[in-house]
Structures are given as structure tokens and as C-alpha cells.
Ligand binder design. Sequence first.
Ligand SMILES: NC(=O)c1ccc[n+]([C@@H]2O[C@H](COP(=O)([O-])OP(=O)(O)OC[C@H]3O[C@@H](n4cnc5c(N)ncnc54)[C@H](OP(=O)(O)O)[C@@H]3O)[C@@H](O)[C@H]2O)c1
Length: 238
Amino acid sequence: MPNKRFVILTGATGTLGKAVCGQLLAEGYHPILVARDIHKLKALQQVHPEQVTVFACDVSDITAIDELFRQPFLQTGALCGVIACAGILTMGATANFAQCDWDAIMQTNLTGTFAVFKQAIPHMQPHGGSLIAIGSRWASGAKTATAYAASKAGLRGMIASMQKEYAGTNIRPVLISPGSIASPMSGSVNNGARPLDILQPEDVANTILHVLSSSQRVIFNEIIMLAYNYDLTDEYAV
Ligand SMILES: NC(=O)c1ccc[n+]([C@@H]2O[C@H](COP(=O)([O-])OP(=O)(O)OC[C@H]3O[C@@H](n4cnc5c(N)ncnc54)[C@H](OP(=O)(O)O)[C@@H]3O)[C@@H](O)[C@H]2O)c1
């Protein structure tokens, strides 16, 4: 197997993505950082010029994803994981929700994750790897987050189906569904939460790294991780 252990990380410039990137580097992986804003990606690359590769790509654009998987750098190592953190949230009453917002949420959170996973599989099959989708506790339903909840519930069906399809092979699809993470995304909704009560990005990144580096004989069904002192008590409690 080539030396570099590549992991494609979408949403790499976000709150969770940055925490995951740090832990990937600490564990000796070579992250391929994906997001739309090239300036934010380059800022991350400047910190670790040799250890990361960046690729600006909108995961809702199938052509751009095709281009990512045609990059020659992928031939210089083994792709052993994809962590799909790219995601967007728009809240709003269902009756007034803009169709374009629904489409963007579904295309980014659900279709984009599928498209990246689909293209990654042939690259991982020679040696095996993990496809880690980031869901949400809101997949079970959250008031005025209909599109977001639907997109994350879609990931549930997608990963459960892929687990049945790839069982017995070296491809491991896993869904990690966190509760509120201390981030601008959750802050826009849960601004009353005490920061220390909600999940920290590192908490979720730790779990992602555990899944990624665990033995291929282990499968994780869906990992729902919640902030004990917050997610079980707020109005969206599952
Ligand atoms: N924050 C929470 O409380 C929470 C809780 C449960 C689950 N989650 C999930 O965890 C994931 C990360 O959340 P976060 O808080 O880190 O969000 P964030 O800080 O808003 O980061 C989102 C990331 O996704 C990228 N992105 C958005 N649309 C994209 C697209 N079409 N193509 C490629 N990249 C795109 C953004 O970069 P560009 O804008 O440059 O593309 C950014 O890097 C999301 O899937 C979210 O749904 C979050």
C-alpha cells in the first residue's frame, strides 16, 4: 500500500471540519480538505503545507466531484476514508420555506454526501476504508427545520442501505449523528445554550477518528452522540 493515508474531508473549513483536520494530522493521515471557499482552504494549507492537500469543490456539483476524483494526487497514496462534514442549515416555517432553500439543503447534505461516497468506493476497494457521514439528532424531527431534518434522515436510510450492501467487504459506511455542537450553526438556533453544556467540536472529532481507525471487522450502526446536560433537556429533545 502506498505510504500516504488519504482521507477526504468535506466541510473542512467549518467548525467540525477544522477539529477533524487537526486530529487527522495528529494521527498521521493526509487530509484532502474540501469546501467551496478556496481562500479559507488556502489559509488552512498554509499552516500545514506538506501535510494537507486542498481542493475547492461544491459537493452539490457532480462535475466538480468528478474532477476531484480525477486528480493525479490521489494516485500517490491510498484513500482510506471519507468524512462528509459539508452541511448547511436554514430554518423556517414549512409553509413559507423557499423551494431553493429546500433544494440547496438536500443537494448539499444528502445528494452531495452520496456523490462523494459513490466516487470514493472504487478508490478504496483495493485496501478498504470508511465512509463517515455526519447526520444530526434532528433527523428525528425538529420544529421549523423540515428540510434539514429530512436531509439528515435521508442519510440514515442511505447509510443503513449501504451497510447491507457492503457487509462482508472492506467498505464501512457509518453515520455519526451529533446533538448541538458549539458552533455558529447551533448558535443561530440554540443561543441560550451554555457553551460548556453542548458538544465541543473535539468531542465529535474524537468519535470520528475512533471510527476511522477502528478495525474493519467492527461496524457501527448509527452513533447518536448527545450533550447530556443540554440535548436531553431542550425543546428539540430526542
Ligand atoms: N453545528 C452543530 O450543532 C451540528 C449538529 C449536528 C450536526 N451537524 C452537522 O455537522 C456538519 C458540520 O457542521 P459545522 O457546525 O462544522 O458547520 P459549519 O461550521 O457551517 O461548516 C460547514 C462546512 O461545509 C462547507 N460547505 C457548505 N456547503 C458546501 C458545499 N455545497 N460544498 C462543499 N462544502 C460546503 C463550508 O465551507 P464553504 O462554505 O466554503 O463551502 C464549511 O466548511 C454539518 O453536516 C452539520 O449539519 C452540526
